[in-house]
Design a protein around this ligand. Sequence first.
Ligand code: PEP
Length: 260
Amino acid sequence: MRPLFIAGNWKMNPGTAEDAVALAEAIKVGVGQETRVRVALCPPSVFLQAVDGVLENSPIGLGGQNMHWKTDGAYTGELSGAMLVDSGCTHVILGHSERRHGLGETDHQVNDKLKAALAIQLIPIVCVGETLVEREAGKTDEVVGTQLENSLAEITAEQMCGIVLAYEPVWAIGTGKTATPAHAQHVHLFIRNLLRETFNAATAARVVVLYGGSVKPDNAADLLACPDIDGALVGGASLKASDFLGIIQAGQAVTAKGKA
Ligand code: PEP
């Protein structure tokens, strides 16, 4: 079965290394050595090494929020996968909607980044999701399907088993509007069926698919209990240790009741 996975995307927060260390320390203490629910923190790149130091002897993983597809060279402002690994990263978020819609990142670039991340053994968290306009036009499945098809181009079934997907409806990110568990489960099932058609049933059963979009301690349990939702990518609520720990505890309770 698929263990639940909760990843915190700190985006461009907090403002100082001191605050980043304090947040990571509080989350580390709260998680302890508990591994029933997997956890990763994705701080801004300048804080990765400091947070990696905090997470020593902790089961919590560390993730970058983006990387370039090239290994080195004249790419001002960019980071390679090797740099993330050198900073202690185990994971990397790819194709977050704030990069797709705010910075023009394309499916093709996400696919190049995905291949580069796999080549250096980073666990990619590939994000997909529809905008409000696309949702209202009834195009959710079509948009998510196209993003997945293009972002996962030339990926083998074996590689796919090591990739985490995140369904994040753009209209729910940072807005306080959460998809209903029924809507999220519908899209997650659509994704799992697509994985079965594209790869095979065994692969579809193994891939971890996260939900993201205003996940909070009070809505986490209902979302995480859905059969095809395997965890959460958490933005705003990952910046407050008690909220993030509340989401992890909701995942632990769901797991204890028999999921995974
Ligand atoms: C995100 O950043 O991936 C996200 C889902 O943000 P929020 O939880 O704040 O909606």
